[in-house]
Design a protein around this ligand. Structure first.
Ligand SMILES: Nc1ncnc2c1ncn2[C@@H]1O[C@H](COP(=O)(O)OP(=O)(O)O)[C@@H](O)[C@H]1O
Ligand SMILES: N[C@@H](CCOP(=O)(O)O)C(=O)O
Length: 323
């Protein structure tokens, strides 16, 4: 459960008095998510999500995140819409944290997605990339190669506590990525965390995307690699070629990858596997016992990283040859 900051009913009512959202009838902490504290609010009007932004979210980035959601929604993408306060601002403060109200999105995330869902995710990711092309604010990816090095510097001394030999293995992988990371691929705004829990479906239809709090400007194909890692492996760790193929075909049906992006896919997948390994490892080592959050397993992403190191060409991910 991710509720790091608790709120009192009184403070919440004061916070809500800045908005035109009706009267609060109930609220509860949401037992999902890792990064921020989320609450589901019921009011005499529509249900709402209240988010209190926690450690990895810099308050200075909120205009980017919340503005991006507004921009994407205006372009027809189904994502939560931040609500404006009476003074026009879309962010306030609650229990000492920056806080915002966003619209409630109907749908459920899929525990066992199939290839058809992966296809829909590929389509939605490419649509997001295109819809964000004229978004005017930019944000550097704080969790790209430099950010990985910073995280690793903090986690490396204790890495072998998690698995003997990790310090040597990850050090070598990071060195490889630093010297092979692609620079000249198409860039734009990426979601950067489009995992299963951030994509809602109603029945088999994709109904919306949430959680734009890692979004940033980076290589568009890197976002594809994040989705391959998040959506296309089986619980036993095996890569699912049919899902990978479907996700890539869905993406390419909206935004075809160019030859350089295709050639770079294996190294991008190595990078995104390492990125999630490192944040999970850091959290694994630093989250206090008893915190109300389910820690995610770094070793899942170590296995994915190893898998990608053995890949020689993007076709092994299920990429259809160009027509
Ligand atoms: N706009 C929304 N509509 C409906 N549910 C939401 C919405 N935003 C968040 N949630 C719920 O809260 C959970 C955690 O949200 P998320 O943004 O992923 O948190 P975190 O940033 O902490 O990872 C989601 O899995 C979902 O259940
Ligand atoms: N997707 C990341 C963790 C971030 O969690 P989210 O709830 O914000 O998606 C991971 O799996 O490591």
């Amino acid at each position: 459960m991710a509720v790091y900051t608790d709120i009192t009913e009184n403070d919440l009512r004061n916070f809500l008095s800045e908005y035109d959202v009706g009267e609060l009838t109930s609220y509860k902490g949401i037992a999902e998510g890792v990064e921020n504290s989320n609450f589901l609010l019921h009011t005499t009007k529509d249900p709402l999500i209240l988010t209190l932004y926690e450690k990895r979210v810099d308050a200075g980035d909120l205009p980017f995140f919340l503005g991006l959601m507004q921009h994407l929604a205006q372009k027809g993408l189904n994502c939560p819409l931040p609500l404006p306060r009476h003074d026009g601002k879309i962010c306030g403060e609650l229990s000492g944290r920056p806080a915002a109200l966003i619209s409630f999105l109907e749908g459920m995330w899929l525990r066992k997605p199939e290839a058809q869902h992966c296809h829909a995710v590929g389509v939605a990711l490419a649509q997001m990339h295109l819809a964000a092309r004229d978004f005017s604010i930019t944000r550097r990816n704080a969790l790209s190669v430099n950010g990985w090095q910073e995280l690793w510097a903090k986690a490396a001394p204790r890495a072998d506590e998690v698995l003997p030999g990790l310090q040597q293995e990850i050090g070598a992988e990071l060195d490889y990525l630093v010297s092979h990371w692609p620079q000249d691929l198409p860039q734009g705004v990426i979601h950067a965390d489009l995992f299963q829990d951030n994509v809602f479906f109603l029945s088999d239809r994709l109904s919306g995307l949430i959680d734009f709090y890692f979004a940033c400007n980076d290589l568009l194909a890197y976002d594809v690699s994040i989705c391959l890692n998040a959506w296309c492996f089986q619980p036993d760790g095996a890569y699912n070629f049919a899902k990978g193929s479907a996700l890539l075909a869905g993406y390419q049906s909206v935004r075809p990858l160019n030859a350089d992006e295709i050639a770079a896919l294996p190294v991008l997948c190595r990078g995104s596997a390492l990125r999630f390994f490192l944040t999970r490892l850091y959290d694994w080592l630093t989250t206090p016992e008893g915190a109300l959050v389910v820690k995610k397993d770094p070793i899942e992403y170590l296995r994915k990283s190893r898998f990608h190191r053995a890949i020689e060409a993007a076709s092994e991910y299920g990429l259809e040859p160009a027509a």
